[in-house]
Design a protein around this ligand. Structure first.
Ligand code: ATP
Ligand code: MG
Length: 750
């Protein structure tokens, strides 16, 4: 179809066209956000087909980062080529494609064709058994921590034989590699594998069976890879082996958007590409088709603060457009109100809701927006994760509270009777079910009767008695204290919080944050009953997944997408850049956070609105929030700052520095520059927010430093031991060493 091919190509600029037409040999397209990398890849796929280079789509291997992206690409190529069916296409995520290959050759890696892919719960159970069998204390070396190490090795393409002893360190008493090997053997006897194995087994297969490898190398005449900057070593090796035949591999990516370092992705893969595929063409696209001039300028200036970039310039023909708005607000609640109002405005002016997204750094941040949208009746969807009240840990917490409220809530009972694990497994539950049926009563009432008998084994009986006593105590407590306090006590005493604290998986910290946010959310209600009622109403409000809706999601989930309007919420130090990322990975962590900010800004076509709060309840307690350093890094000429009046004290700006966005602050008394607020804090003037009430403190000392004496409302007097941005490590005279936010301490004489 030569004319079809011509039409496809005419929708591209020259460099894009070159990237599409360079079908033979290795090609790396390296360029910034919105320059049409994904469009190039899609067109390339269509071009290979319509130009007859591949007879069928089965001869092309195309890798996307998410299943959703795969579906979109299938739709678009089908549309472009007027293909009737997408059957037999090798288009999907690394995992999906590897699984498909593995099914066809399972026996070669010791599995049967119908192998199962196990989930995290099963993985943990398995590893626990192994730890037990080896006599390793799983309090000291939790199964999840060991699994985490195993996962990293798999990401690096390493089977147990390839892990060096030094690498394994003293994990599990120096026996981590042994455990890894035992875990793999166990999986094999179960005819199962985990997610990491999909690629790892493929690698083993390719390395041990040259016939199989050869057949794939011959079959896939063309290989296409999107979001290349986020591939890990195992994925890279997999691609390299497959591409060794025809060497027609085209990878597109942007080093500035590499945001999965924590999951083992290595930007080095970009540099390796040119070494491993000599003569590779590197094509750079510089024209951005997505965003307005102001948005692009803001994003480019921000990312320029990172070192060690491959560097690039971007330009756009799209008009300058609106400036990026930066809005300071009092707290999370006002932030949600503000965003809600803005969205209603846009909607009234004719913008579809589907063109609006709210991007947050952590999952716990979605709750306040969700509540606000429900109040306003704005339809929304949460992408990349369940809505707040549908998350596992939130459902668990709700189940505990529902049971405190009503003894007869069997669903809640079943959910938590053995969560955390307390030795009340299936056998015990069967006994309880039997008793409940016989007595025509609920599980919990039946449990009380069963305790009078010897139907349960002593250990189970003890555990059940303890649980029943706890619930009796909590019911009493419910009458004496606030529901917020009650929730905290229940989560602590039940061992539920502790369960997640001991959990070393990557999701655990997020779950703990959600639990804190959950308890915090209860404060908006008068009683437990009122709160539970609210939640059940919210849960019912689950519209289908279609229709015109606002999208709420994390920055990570937003990669590759675009919207007319993007709200970037919670740009505060500690939240974004995220403190944990910086604590764990130092400068590298900070740079990855900055790339996330770049990804966020570049999702916007017409409008980007950044917001931050002066007060944020993080990790369960109020703290004075400082605007993110990323706000300071935005170029003043392309940004418009507006804050709620008096946000940082009523005083007129007095600081006239040139850095940050100070210039903008002079625009008027109600305009207030976060850069200035930070500077004021450094200089020793400013407002500290202590336990939710603003107190203007006239002469604060500048930055705290080691050795300073300080006073803290809760912990008393102490001496600063270390400082790290807004976080101080203080040795308190009475309370011992603690980490606190600078906003919470004051000079001792006050
Ligand atoms: P990201 O880095 O965010 O993944 P990308 O480089 O993959 O971005 P695309 O999503 O492919 O960029 O393209 C961005 C937008 O620009 C899309 O809406 C796309 O349709 C449009 N676009 C790309 N190239 C052109 C072109 N030559 N003419 C008109 N529009 C284009
Ligand atoms: Mg893309």
């Amino acid at each position: 179809h030569p004319e079809v091919a011509e039409v496809l190509l005419s929708a591209l600029n020259d460099s894009q066209r070159a990237a599409v037409e360079a079908v033979d040999g290795p090609v790396l397209v390296l360029s910034g956000a919105g320059t049409g990398k994904t469009r190039v890849l899609t067109t390339r796929l269509a071009h290979i087909l319509t130009s007859g280079r591949a007879r069928t789509a089965g001869e092309i291997l195309a890798v996307t980062f998410t299943n959703k992206a795969a579906r979109e690409m299938k739709d678009r190529v089908a549309h472009l080529t007027a293909a009737r069916s997408v059957e037999g296409w090798w288009l999907g995520t690394f995992h999906a494609l590897a699984a498909r290959m593995l099914r066809d050759h399972a026996e070669k890696v010791g599995l049967a064709r119908n192998f199962t892919i196990i989930d995290t719960d099963d993985q943990i159970r398995l590893m626990k058994q192994l730890l037990q069998a080896e006599g390793i204390d799983d309090k000291k070396w939790p199964a999840r921590a060991v699994l985490h190490a195993v996962q990293r090795w798999k990401d690096a393409g390493k089977t147990p034989d390839k892990v060096g002893t030094a690498e394994a360190g003293d994990m599990a008493g120096g026996r981590a590699v042994e455990l890894y090997r035992a875990y793999q053997e166990r999986l094999r006897t179960l005819n199962a594998c985990d997610f990491g194995d999909l690629l790892l087994h493929c690698l083993t297969l390719f390395q041990t069976d040259s016939e199989v490898l050869k057949s794939y190398q011959t079959r896939f005449k063309y290989i296409l890879v999107d979001e290349y900057q986020d591939t890990n070593v195992a994925q890279y090796l997999w691609l390299r082996l497959l591409a060794q035949g025809h060497k027609n591999i085209c990878c597109v990516g942007d080093d500035d958007q590499s945001i999965y370092g924590w999951r083992g992705a290595v930007v080095d893969n970009i540099l390796r590409f040119e070494q491993d595929f000599p003569g590779a063409r590197v094509i750079r696209l510089e024209k951005n088709y997505r965003s307005t001039g102001n948005i692009l300028a803001a994003a480019s200036a921000l990312i320029a603060h990172n070192e060690g970039r491959l560097g690039k310039t971007l330009w756009t023909e799209v008009e300058e457009g609106e400036k990026v708005r930066v809005r300071g607000l009092w707290d999370g609640d006002s932030e949600a109100r503000f965003v809600g109002e803005e969205i209603e405005d846009l909607h009234r002016r004719g913008d579809p809701l589907s063109e609006i997204a709210i991007l947050v750094r952590t999952g716990a941040q979605t709750r306040e927006f969700e509540e606000r949208f429900i109040t306003l009746g704005l339809p929304y969807r949460v992408v990349g994760g369940p809505r707040f009240y549908e998350r596992m840990e939130i459902r668990d917490a709700l189940a505990y509270l529902r049971l405190v409220q009503s003894v007869d809530d069997d669903l809640a009972f079943e959910r938590i009777v053995n969560t955390p694990k307390r030795g009340l497994g299936n056998a015990a539950l069967r006994t309880l079910h039997g008793a409940a049926r016989a007595g025509r009563t609920s599980l919990m009432r039946a449990a009380m009767q069963v305790l009078e008998t010897d139907e349960l084994r002593p250990q189970a009986r003890r555990a059940l008695r303890e649980l029943m006593e706890s619930f009796a105590r909590w019911r009493l407590l419910a009458q004496q204290t606030s529901h917020v306090e009650l929730a905290q006590v229940v989560l602590d005493e039940s061992g539920y919080t502790e369960m997640w604290q001991n959990d070393k998986s990557v999701e655990a910290p997020g779950r703990l944050e959600n639990l804190k946010e959950f308890v915090r959310g209860m404060e908006d209600f008068d009683s437990l009953a009122g709160f539970l009622e609210h939640v059940s109403l919210v849960m019912e409000n689950t519209a289908g997944d279609n229709g015109d809706m606002v999208t709420v999601m994390t920055l990570h989930a937003a990669k590759g997408l675009e919207f007319d309007t993007v709200f970037l919420a919670g740009w505060e130090e500690g939240l974004f850049p995220n403190q944990r990322a910086m604590d764990e990975h130092g400068v590298k962590g900070l740079e990855e956070e900055r790339r996330l900010a770049y990804v966020g800004l570049t999702r916007a076509r017409k409008r980007a609105i950044v917001s931050f709060c002066a007060n944020r309840r993080m990790y369960g307690s109020w703290s004075a929030a400082v605007p993110s350093r990323f706000v300071d890094e935005l170029p003043p000429a392309h940004v418009e700052v507006e804050s709620e009046a008096g946000l940082y004290g009523a005083a007129q700006p007095t600081w006239g520095g040139t850095g940050g966005m100070a210039g903008l602050a002079d625009a008027g008394p109600s305009r207030y520059s976060p850069g200035m607020a930070r500077a004021r804090q450094r200089q020793g003037q400013g407002t500290r927010f202590i336990e939710g009430t603003a107190e203007v403190v006239d002469s604060l000392p500048g930055r705290w430093s080691r050795g300073d004496r300080v006073f803290h409302r809760k912990f008393g007097y102490g001496t600063v031991r270390a400082t790290e941005g807004e976080r101080l490590t203080i040795a308190f005279d009475k309370a011992g060493e603690k980490k606190v936010m600078a906003g919470f301490v004051m000079p001792p004489e006050q």
